[in-house]
Design a protein around this ligand. Structure first.
Ligand SMILES: Cc1cc2nc3c(=O)[nH]c(=O)nc-3n(C[C@H](O)[C@H](O)[C@H](O)COP(=O)(O)OP(=O)(O)OC[C@H]3O[C@@H](n4cnc5c(N)ncnc54)[C@H](O)[C@@H]3O)c2cc1C
Length: 510
């Protein structure tokens, strides 16, 4: 008789090709899926994110059932729900008496640690398989990183291009002649540029039921449940990506860094929630974009810019995360201890750029990269917010948030808490950057062209104050030399004015 395996599928493992299912025996095996409070509340996730994942899990369970697999699905409101994955596994082992448990490795360190206890808790062998949905395995990343003093995305990315052949010519050169078109990804959005409509899915009955459930069970969590337009099945996610390729990808490269009043998505793909939970496959996505370039449907700066995000950044931050966890989460290179400003939860601030980004985050559980990095992240950096607090905020507020992708982006990129493990300098900027890349300043009460004075944009004085405050740690950075020379040319009165206004401002937060 065939031995039965219990195969656990986690909420971010909604892929038919996941390693834990590749050898599933339809006649003998049972697939376990469980909605548990521990996962839904280890931080107080955005309500839309919980609804998205529960609905996507329920749809995925139906898809597996349709493929003939026996699925044991434990809903959050099941009367016997034990509240944690480990406890649900123990219950499932009693129900199904499997010979072994098969699972794909956890995406987050927190859960990987827990998995190490499962054998003892369940009393059956636990086979933990590699997550093969990424281009780069842990072993390959570790090998690449070995002996390097600094980890640089550009070096990793080129190696990935060569390894995969994506956007490469037959004789091993980068397509278009250059590896990187980053310098062509920075156009501001003129008034005449029409922004394409985002792709929205009409929720079905199952999603409506989940939305009602989340409304009832998670009343105190951050964020709006409605409107709800996220894809919750593989086919819907594929349709969302097809829509992006058709209407936005050709301009993705040009306007990657642009921001616009009341326009949350612009030319971005909005696919991170789908990639990160498994509804979309990163390889398939990159191949389709490469095909668009080769067929002449999109320019190289769009195709390369997009593929760099997935083949480059997404893989790179995952590699950094696993290389440096668990201590990575404790880094605080700049000794930043300020609390997170209360308005990060409400958007109630007169600074228009922050208000725009936070209000859309609360409503849509989405902000694009530059909004995250150069508005909310930059402001937290300038104010010296404690890395753990701002990291947790990012983990809570986005539908695509998982620790493996949040921590390096926040601690490494946004607030320089790792001291430059992979960023060559802090992404600190004054209001002029936001003015150049957006129209936010035109709708703001503060004067982005003033550095000090009651009307001055707080980003401006806080920027110089940040540099003064962190001179010991940052003045030696070659990329900040010119900036520190500029600061040194400020007279004592100007410096004192910046210091005084910054301190008054920082003391007034919260
Ligand atoms: C402070 C901060 C926090 C972030 N938190 C998250 C997060 O919780 N989850 C998340 O998936 N991404 C995160 N990112 C990266 C990036 O901002 C989002 O992936 C992107 O905004 C998602 O929107 P999109 O799907 O429209 O992306 P697009 O702009 O259309 O890009 C396409 C894809 O590239 C990938 N990508 C792009 N940049 C990055 C990056 N820096 N790291 C990893 N993948 C990247 C994503 O999968 C994204 O879907 C964060 C970045 C910063 C600076």
């Amino acid at each position: 008789m065939t031995e039965r395996s219990l195969r656990l599928i986690l909420g971010d493992q909604l892929s038919l090709g996941i390693s834990s299912l590749v050898d599933a025996d339809v006649a003998a095996d049972v697939v376990l899926m469980a909605e548990v409070m521990q996962e839904a509340t280890y931080v107080r996730h955005h309500r839309k994110k919980i609804a998205f994942l529960f609905s996507a899990m329920r749809h995925f369970a139906a898809e597996l059932g349709g493929a003939g697999l026996k699925v044991d699905y434990v809903a959050i409101d099941h009367p016997d729900n034990a509240g944690s994955l480990r406890a649900e596994l123990v219950r499932a082992v009693h129900r199904h008496r499997p010979a072994r448990l098969v699972v794909t490795e956890a995406g987050e360190h927190r859960l990987a640690r827990d998995m190490a206890q499962w054998r003892a808790a369940c009393g059956v062998p636990v086979e933990i398989r590699e997550d093969t949905r990424f281009f780069c395995s842990h072993a390959i990343f570790d090998q690449w990183a070995k002996g390097r003093r600094q980890l640089r995305l550009e070096h990793f990315y080129r190696a990935q291009r060569v390894a995969t052949g994506l956007l490469m010519t037959a004789d091993g050169r980068p397509a278009g002649g250059r590896w990187n078109y980053d310098s062509e990804n920075r156009r501001g959005l003129g008034r005449d540029v029409a922004v394409p409509p985002p792709f929205l899915v009409e929720p079905d009955a199952l999603t409506h039921a989940v939305i009602a459930l989340v409304d009832r069970r998670f009343p105190d969590h951050f964020g709006d449940l409605l409107p709800f337009g996220l894809a919750v099945t593989r086919m819907q996610a594929e349709a969302a990506f097809a829509h992006f390729r058709r209407v936005a990808l050709p301009c993705f490269g040009d306007y990657q860094d642009a921001m616009k009043q009341d326009e949350p998505v612009l030319f971005h793909s909005l696919i991170a929630p789908y990639l990160n939970c498994g509804l979309l496959d990163p390889r398939a996505v990159c191949l389709m974009v490469e095909a668009d370039y080769r067929a002449g449907r999109v320019p190289i700066n769009a195709a390369e810019g997009f593929i760099r995000q997935i083949l480059g950044w997404r893989e790179f931050v995952r590699g950094v995360y696993w290389l440096h966890m668990p201590r990575y989460g404790e880094r605080n290179h700049l000794d930043a201890y300020a609390p997170l400003p209360q308005f990060y939860w409400t958007g109630d601030t007169p600074m228009n750029c922050l208000k725009q980004c936070i209000v859309q985050t609360r409503r849509h559980a989405y902000a694009h990269h530059i909004q995250r990095l150069m508005v909310t992240g930059n402001f937290a950096l300038l104010c010296g917010v404690a890395p753990r607090e701002i990291n947790e905020w990012y983990l809570i507020v986005y539908a695509d948030a998982y620790d493996w992708v949040v921590s390096p982006n926040v601690l490494g990129m946004a607030v320089f808490a790792d001291g430059g493990l992979f960023a060559s300098k802090p992404y600190a900027a004054g209001g002029k950057y936001i003015k150049r890349m957006s129209d936010y300043c035109r709708h703001c009460q503060f004067d982005v062209d003033s550095t000090v004075g009651e009307d001055a944009c707080p980003f401006n004085y806080l920027y110089w104050h940040f540099l003064m405050r962190n001179r010991d740690r940052l003045a030696g950075n070659a990329r900040l030399k010119l900036i520190y020379s500029a600061l040194d040319r400020f007279g004592p009165d100007r410096r004192e004015a910046i210091r005084g206004q910054s301190e008054r401002f920082l003391n007034s937060l919260n």
